[in-house]
Design a protein around this ligand. Structure first.
Ligand SMILES: C[S@@+](CC[C@H](N)C(=O)[O-])C[C@H]1O[C@@H](n2cnc3c(N)ncnc32)[C@H](O)[C@@H]1O
Length: 239
């Protein structure tokens, strides 16, 4: 697990997930994570896997589910949530999609900042249980969550799509690029991307059409857990 978390061996979860009841998933998450607020958005409390959790140090094959991306609050997601909380007008009265939500912090920030509707989407169903628990921790009613691979169909009419740390794989980055461009052309959707400057993002052709909205220094602890990445940023995609 340590290897997974620190080396950022980012792979998309496979479709062959075992199915578990929502209750057993939630119990598992509560038991194997801790509630953390030492990150860029200390006003949010999240169930996360940290070096203080036993599974952080255990081999990842002892983890009974797919790799727990939802158990990490990725620097890109942290930048997005910080930006939304500091600039509530970007979401107020708007329909917001948090694509690849993981722990769901950006969606939670959008709900807390006055979005009219938030959908958190992640192909990993365990992320849904974590998102639901994280909503509860932040005194929110459960928000909408879907596991559908919405990249496989045409984008709907969202006012805003936020993506935290989603440009971690070249093929996925290419797919996202085309899909987002289509959403913007068809629906005039606004797209905000949070990323700490990963290679697949900074080397992608999308770079030519990005406007930097904000940059943040990462807290010491987040830097240590992310191989010394020191900053993270929010970009608006404007093709
Ligand atoms: C690096 S994590 C980022 C999580 C969160 N956005 C954050 O910044 O903390 C990437 C997430 O994208 C999800 N993901 C990968 N491909 C996806 C797809 N096609 N549709 C929805 N989610 C996807 C993964 O399951 C994972 O939770």
């Amino acid at each position: 697990m340590l290897t997974l978390c620190r080396a950022l061996l980012l792979r998309a979860p496979s479709a062959g997930q075992r199915s578990y009841s929502a209750t057993s998933l939630k119990n598992f998450i509560v038991q194997h994570t801790e509630v953390v607020s030492e990150h860029l958005t200390p006003e949010l409390r999240l169930h996360l896997l940290t070096p203080r959790c036993k599974h952080w140090y255990l081999p990842s094959d002892l983890w009974p589910y797919e790799d727990p991306y939802w158990a990490i609050y990725w620097p890109g997601g942290q930048a997005l949530a910080r930006y939304i909380l500091d600039n509530p007008d970007v979401v107020r009265m708007r329909r917001v999609l948090d694509l690849g939500c993981g722990c769901g912090a950006a969606g939670i920030a959008a709900e807390m900042s006055g979005a009219s509707y938030v959908l958190a989407n992640d192909i990993d169903p365990v992320a849904g249980a974590a998102f639901s628990l994280n909503c509860q921790l932040n005194n929110l009613k459960p928000l909408a969550f879907s596991t559908e691979n919405i990249l496989a169909r045409e984008g709907e009419n969202w006012n805003l799509i936020v993506l935290g740390d989603m440009f971690y794989d070249e093929k996925l980055a290419d797919h996202l690029h085309l899909w987002l461009r289509h959403c913007i052309a068809k629906h005039k959707t606004q797209v905000l991307i949070g990323d700490p400057g990963r290679f697949q993002f900074v080397s992608h052709p999308i770079q030519k059409q990005l406007k930097k909205m904000a940059e943040y220094s990462l807290p010491e602890r987040v830097q240590q857990e992310n191989y010394g990445l020191s900053t993270t940023a929010v970009w608006c995609y404007e093709p």
